[in-house]
Ligand binder design. Structure first.
Ligand code: R5P
Length: 323
């Protein structure tokens, strides 16, 4: 079968993570196309695409690091401009989906901000969305357009395999992570066990956690905590302490999104964790790095998924259906 020679793939980067966008472009063998992004004196954002996008299959890569809200509006404005310039299809490639932890109401009179984000991307004109390891897979249902949910779990498994060996216990740091921890365990091999930390959060106090205990046998075993994101590092630090108190011999952590906010760097470095493995779904500036941190790249995963979408091939096939 041959390509329709009239079809064009264009890749654009928002301001948040040019390194990742360039890496994705290199894997795809395409240069990033030019977009002019400026700020008016009052802070409003202006975007203009410098060459025609008419009829093109356009991918806009933007992750949602700080300044989060600024990056969201920039993405929306870029998508709006592409829609008005007659792009044939616009895919928002959002490695870290914004507001994804606010995917349900915990208290009365709260927003469901992840749903609001989906509505905004829909309204701007995204025909398709791609993201990596959502906080909850159900966020895909907030959209009425196709959603490609990629996962970095296989990458993290391979990154940790050599350190942890096969006699290891994979630990979910809270109930919400059990499914991913079980997937991680299966990929590590038949000897790996599963345990769950009992995490408690007061919904009125943001960014604070307690780990009350461990369900499962970890005494004398190497453990690997698996999470979708690390924000303040409180969840992983508290779970690691609890694992050590329950006799774990060593504790590693693997997480997709290194948000690393509010003292996370110091907290994780000083925690009982031996190593923290994350991906580059978010930029990690040098001041957020620490000796125990190791970073693996999701660039090729995103590039493979973009290529599959462009060529109308299976995205789930890239993950053996386990995404
Ligand atoms: C929330 O439940 C997520 O899965 C992570 O556990 C959370 O983002 C970690 O946040 P923090 O690092 O601030 O404890």
């Amino acid at each position: 079968m041959e390509f329709d020679p009239r079809r064009t793939l264009l890749l654009y980067a928002g301001s948040s993570h040019p390194e990742l966008a360039n890496e994705v472009g290199k894997h795809l063998g395409v240069d990033l196309s030019n977009v002019e992004i400026q700020h008016f004196a009052d802070g409003e954002i202006y975007a203009r695409f410098l060459t025609s996008v008419r009829g093109a299959d356009v991918f806009v890569l933007q992750t949602h690091s700080r300044p989060v809200n600024e990056n969201i509006v920039e993405t929306l404005i870029m998508i709006d401009a592409l829609k008005r310039a007659s792009a044939r299809r616009i895919t928002a490639v959002l490695p870290y989906f914004p507001y994804s932890r606010q995917d349900k109401k915990h208290l009365a009179r709260e927003p469901i901000s992840a749903k609001l984000m989906a509505d905004l991307f829909n309204a701007a004109g995204a025909n398709r969305v791609m993201s990596v390891d959502l906080h909850a897979g159900q966020i895909q249902g907030f959209f009425d357009v196709p959603f490609d949910h990629l996962t970095a779990l296989p990458l993290l498994v391979e990154a940790v395999r050599e350190d942890v060996g096969s006699d290891v216990v994979v630990v979910a740091p809270d109930a919400g992570e059990v499914k991913d921890a079980e997937k991680f365990r299966r990929k590590l091999g038949p000897e790996a066990g599963l345990a769950i930390a009992h995490k408690r959060r007061d919904p009125r106090v943001h960014d604070a956690v307690d780990t009350l205990g461990i369900v499962g046998d970890v005494a004398g075993r190497v453990c690997v905590l698996v999470d979708d994101s690390i924000s303040t590092g409180g969840t992983l630090a508290a779970a690691a302490e609890s694992l050590v108190a329950n006799g774990a011999s060593k504790v590693y952590a693997a997480a997709t999104h290194a948000v690393l906010s509010g003292g996370a760097t110091e907290r994780l470095q000083e925690s009982p964790l031996s190593k923290v493995i994350v991906t580059n779904s978010l930029p990690i500036p040098p001041e957020k790095g620490f000796p125990k941190l190791a970073v693996v790249s999701v660039g090729h995963i995103i590039a493979d998924a973009i290529r599959a979408v462009f060529e109308d091939e299976s995205v789930s096939g890239l993950f053996d259906g386990d995404n």
